[in-house]
Write a protein that binds this ligand. Structure first.
Ligand SMILES: [Zn+2]
Length: 87
């Protein structure tokens, strides 16, 4: 498995500095992370893809779960972290 660096911060934690926490990798998925506390996924997306996606739109994740796009996060591995809340 490729090195993916530190796990991304949860989107909720990014907006609430006193609740900063990192997400956990989803088993069997290389660029997908999950926060069970907030049912929030983070997935690595191409920059162009991440810029064109609308907040609030539906998105299917690599593990087959469909969720709602909450916003973008940090750049990493040549792409951008996209936050998706499981619906
Ligand atoms: Zn969280």
């Amino acid at each position: 498995m490729a090195t993916t660096g530190p796990n991304p911060l949860c989107e909720v934690g990014r907006r609430h500095p006193r609740d900063r926490h990192r997400m956990r990798p989803v088993e069997g998925q290389e660029y997908l992370w999950y926060c069970s506390k907030h049912t929030m996924y983070a997935v690595l997306a191409d920059k162009d893809d991440a810029e064109s996606v609308d907040r609030g739109s539906e998105r299917e994740l690599p593990n087959g779960v469909t969720g709602v796009v909450m916003g973008t996060g940090d750049e990493r591995q040549g792409g951008v972290v996209l936050y998706v809340r499981a619906s």
